[in-house]
Design a protein around this ligand. Structure first.
Ligand code: FE2
Length: 238
């Protein structure tokens, strides 16, 4: 998947600004946002930047194909639908369904951001440990890379039901934090910008690992592209 967005995706990101702060900041940062163009609204599924079988043996081809092409795409469609319904509500001045629409926006918008980061932060010939400023920040905020990974992996393995392990930059205290997100939007922290995420919804691993989530998380360490994580960290932590 490309890390830069197409112009259409850049423009469509601006439509979110009024309704979802973290999503708009993410899209603006990732996309280097440009002025809005009327009538352009829909997000599009970003293509993978690697082949569907490139993550084997950690993640099998079929899982990547379904996860990216069906699940990720489903969240993009869900976000587009929520945005369209909110636009319609504003035009009609009818906010009777605002609770359901707000939930749809949070669920699908968070699903888009997290899948975006997931697929663009993993890759073949990856793994190892970060270097540079991110390595320094991890040592400062977690004590060592080994301690960071133990906390991140345990948090990911122990998510209740479906969710994510998330390494994020928390700009208010200017520190790295690890979060356990349930579903996509619960147990998150306002303002924190995700840098690297581990998807522990069953759709991310069940074909190969069945109920062995811990085995999947341990193997996940081998496909984290730390150069991509370092680039994102340096953009967000300026
Ligand atoms: Fe997923």
């Amino acid at each position: 998947m490309k890390d830069e967005l197409s112009r259409r995706e850049v423009i469509s990101g601006v439509g979110v600004v009024a309704t979802a702060g973290i999503l708009s900041q993410f899209l603006a940062t990732e996309a280097h946002a440009q002025p809005k163009e009327p009538g352009v609204f829909a997000h599009q599924l970003p293509p993978l930047s690697y082949a569907e079988d490139a993550l084997e043996p950690v993640i099998d081809k079929e899982t990547v194909k379904i996860h990216h092409g069906k699940h990720f795409d489903g969240y993009i469609k869900g976000l587009n639908a929520a945005l369209e319904k909110l636009e319609k509500a504003r035009i009609e001045g009818n906010f009777d369904n605002i609770k359901a629409l707000s939930r749809d926006l949070a669920f699908n918008g968070s699903g888009v951001v997290l899948h975006w980061i997931y697929f663009s932060t993993i890759g073949p010939k990856a793994g190892g440990a970060p270097s540079g400023k991110l390595a320094d920040a991890i040592k400062r905020d977690f004590g060592s890379f080994e301690t960071f990974w133990k906390q991140f992996a345990t948090a990911s393995k122990d998510v209740e039901a479906s969710g994510w392990g998330v390494l994020a930059w928390e700009p208010f205290s200017k520190r790295l934090v690890i979060m356990q997100a349930e579903k996509h939007q619960n147990l998150t922290s306002w303002g924190a910008m995700p840098l690297m995420v581990c998807d522990v919804w069953e759709h991310a691993y069940y074909l190969k690992y069945q109920n062995r989530r811990a085995e999947y998380v341990d193997a996940f360490a081998n496909i984290i592209d730390w150069k991509k994580v370092e680039e994102r960290f340096e953009r967000y932590s300026k």
